[in-house]
Write a protein of this length. Structure first.
Length: 122
């Protein structure tokens, strides 16, 4: 019971554990791949808009998988992110739109308009 209460306040302990594992995996990457993935991560923090912890952890796991595989295969970083890293990241994060905060706001807007419409009909 205490764990449920703690998770209610702090968020999922399992997700925190997975995030720490993700950060540890980044530290194991070769320096150039680590620099690239940290830059992608920084951009995602500011522009990603992912608000759901489970989606964020899954996304970061997939990101580190991609860079680990690329490092193992010797794939040049530009071959991974392409000529436009911003486009790469925005395409990457689009695959995780189920966790985007904007979806919550869209639903909130739709509900408010529906509520206003119902009030109008009364």
């Amino acid at each position: 019971m205490a764990a449920k209460w703690i998770e209610l306040v702090t968020g999922s302990l399992e997700e925190k554990k997975q995030y720490r594992q993700y950060k540890a995996r980044i530290k194991e990457l070769p320096a150039n791949y680590r620099t690239a993935v940290e830059a992608v991560e920084r951009y995602l923090m500011y522009a990603g808009g992912i608000a759901k912890g489970d989606v964020l952890v899954r996304m970061y796991g997939d990101l580190v998988d991609l860079f680990e595989e690329s490092a193992a295969n010797g794939t040049p970083i530009r071959d991974v992110v392409g000529d436009d890293p911003v486009e790469f990241v925005e395409t990457f994060v689009a695959n995780y739109s189920d966790g985007a905060w904007i979806n919550k706001e869209r639903a909130r807007l739709n509900k408010a308009i529906e509520d206003a419409e119902r009030e109008e009909r009364k």
